[in-house]
Design a protein around this ligand. Structure first.
Ligand code: FE2
Length: 194
């Protein structure tokens, strides 16, 4: 699988070169070291395995991730008591670049996150600034102090340090990149929003 992970890295570098939202948010380090992780194929990720992209500009990346799906070290992090069982049945993420990812770096983190249809990622925040980049499908992004917005492929959304945010999917799934440029050890808190 190492080859496919390296192909994915290559495609992400290409995307960065062409996209100012991404490259202005943070640079990609040049010295990433491949790190083999154990597969953890969770139930929710099986929906991604069978999902073909229909968006040309991000299709390559989507397809590599889809093919890698059974071999990926999927994570969920949250406890059921904080986010609910139905959320965990429709969500998963993995760390591609970062201190504990498939490519090791201490300079930034890049996660890939997947949501099935009709899901609600509850309000939360963290110290790290965060940029979402939608690869496929769509989702509604809400954050305190900003207008809510439906994001489609190639669209980005910035969450500032400690700014509470949430995400909702409706009749489409959503596959996104999530980038942190600093405070990589930040913990994520679930927050109550009136
Ligand atoms: Fe976040």
């Amino acid at each position: 699988m190492e080859k496919l992970f390296k192909d994915l890295k290559k495609e992400i570098y290409k995307l960065w070169e062409k996209n100012l939202d991404l490259s202005n948010f943070t640079k990609l380090p040049k010295d990433l070291i491949y790190n083999n992780l154990q597969s953890n194929y969770i139930e929710s990720a099986k929906k991604l395995k069978t999902w073909k992209s229909n968006f040309a500009k991000t299709e390559n990346i989507h397809d590599i991730i889809r093919r890698l799906t059974p071999y990926i070290n999927w994570k969920q992090t949250y406890d059921e008591k904080d986010v609910g069982k139905s959320f965990l049945e429709k969500y998963g993420y993995f760390e591609l670049f970062g201190p504990t990812g498939y490519f090791l770096t201490k300079k930034m983190s890049l996660y890939v996150i997947f949501f099935d249809t009709d899901n609600f990622y509850t309000w939360h925040n963290h110290e790290a600034d965060e940029l979402y980049f939608v690869l496929s499908g769509s989702a509604k992004f809400e954050s305190v102090g900003d207008k809510s917005e439906i994001l489609t492929p190639m669209k980005t959304r910035l969450h500032k340090s400690f700014q509470p945010h949430s995400l909702t999917t409706y009749n489409e799934k959503c596959l996104s990149l999530v980038i942190w440029r600093d405070k990589l050890e930040s913990s994520i808190q679930v927050v109550k929003i009136k």
